[in-house]
Design a protein around this ligand. Structure first.
Ligand code: SF4
Length: 363
């Protein structure tokens, strides 16, 4: 079977390996582009949030490349994400595409459905459950390594002496991880990737702002959707700390759904699930304020209900805990220049506050 999936950040490197190991042909989704978005916008309801539209465009692009099945994740809680799969399936069928959209739901939502979906994928290639488990574990290690390498990229890049050096080494590290075929090779590639990134010539005495990034998972992780906000911030002398990585999200949603620190921290402001990453966005802002961050940027799709609720709560968190917060809502009308200008203004404001604070502590 020819299988594809939505692309988000660098996770396709791990998912590609998993599907290949399960004996299927992978149609690797191309990095989302203006063309992907235009295609998605043309075939999506106008009110749909931007991740829906980019996914729609990606499905159509990979169908044109031969994909017969799309595997995607589901969603729990009061948010539209739970309907994505059904709606994508219906639109694709209405457009005349005989393709299956398989939604992998968290086991707590539908244990039997999860089992049935996995069986549908492994049965045709006669992969046993033991082998499936082994391949899943290997892909998981790759996903965790990809996230770890990316975390180091964000820490190192604002301090680099030669512009572009960290990104160049990061790309090398990604290639090594992509080529790793088993758990030993993944572990070795991760060590070598970390060594490459930590070896970038840097000036760690340089003053740098610490800026938290919170919001909806897709626009936070996919650089096309957020106009590469992490690289832009680094070029402005700010170290971005993103609140969500795919491995953390997967663990939280599919394995150990529990009350983690961010959800506990959110309680004085919000104490119930509102869908998406709303609760986490509030809690992460509290934790970032408590951990001395200079500011927080909320990145969210325009019309994203959970993040609209979060936006209405954040001014209180900001004034209680003394942390500046800015919201960037993103849709297909958003332009890079607008984002750049707002980021510059926010970073300027954070520098002014930092200088004032430092001046006060000298007096
Ligand atoms: S979290 Fe927001 S963007 Fe994501 S599906 Fe829900 S409403 Fe849409």
């Amino acid at each position: 079977m020819k299988i594809s999936f939505p692309r988000m950040g660098n996770s396709h490197i791990a998912f590609k390996m998993l599907i290949n190991n399960l004996g299927h042909e992978v149609i690797v989704p191309p990095a989302p582009s203006k063309q992907t978005l235009d295609l998605g916008v043309r075939h999506s309801p106008e009110f749909a949030c931007i991740p829906f539209k980019i996914l729609m465009g990606t499905y159509l692009e990979t169908i044109a490349m031969g994909a017969e099945m799309q595997i995607t994740s589901g969603g729990v809680g009061p948010c539209r994400a739970g309907y994505y799969g059904v709606l994508h399936q219906k639109i694709l069928n209405d457009l005349g595409h005989d393709v299956k959209v398989m939604v992998i739901e968290p086991p707590r939502k539908d244990k039997y459905g999860l089992f049935k979906n996995i069986r549908t994928v492994i049965k045709p290639t006669r992969i046993g459950w033991r082998a499936f488990w082994h391949h899943l574990k290997t892909a998981w290690k790759k996903l965790v390594a990809l996230d770890e390498i990316e975390r180091i990229l964000h820490r190192v890049r604002p301090y680099e002496l030669v512009s572009g050096e960290t990104t160049k080494n990061y790309k090398k590290a990604l290639r090594m991880l992509d080529e790793a075929r088993n758990q030993e090779e993944i572990a070795a590639a991760r060590v070598e990737g970390e060594r490459l990134l930590r070896g970038v010539p840097c000036d760690f005495s340089k003053p740098v702002l610490k800026v938290g990034l919170i919001g909806e998972i897709y626009v936070l992780i996919e650089p096309f959707a957020n106009y590469d906000i992490e690289a832009t911030l680094a070029s402005m002398g700010a170290e971005p700390r993103r609140s969500i990585y795919i491995s953390g999200y997967t663990k939280d949603s599919y394995v150990s759904h529990g009350v983690h620190d961010a959800r506990k921290a959110a309680v004085p402001y919000l104490n119930q699930l509102i869908g998406g990453h709303g609760l986490d966005s509030v809690g992460e802002t509290v934790l970032m304020a408590e951990n001395g961050f200079d500011g927080v940027i909320q990145v969210a799709p325009f019309s994203c209900i959970p993040e609209i609720v979060v936006k209405s709560i954040l001014p209180r968190v900001s004034s209680d805990l003394g942390i500046p917060v800015m919201t960037l809502f993103i849709d297909e009308q958003t332009g890079k220049a607008g984002i750049q200008t707002r980021l510059e203004a926010f970073v300027d404001l954070l520098w002014q506050r930092r200088r004032k604070r430092e001046a006060k502590s000298v007096v």
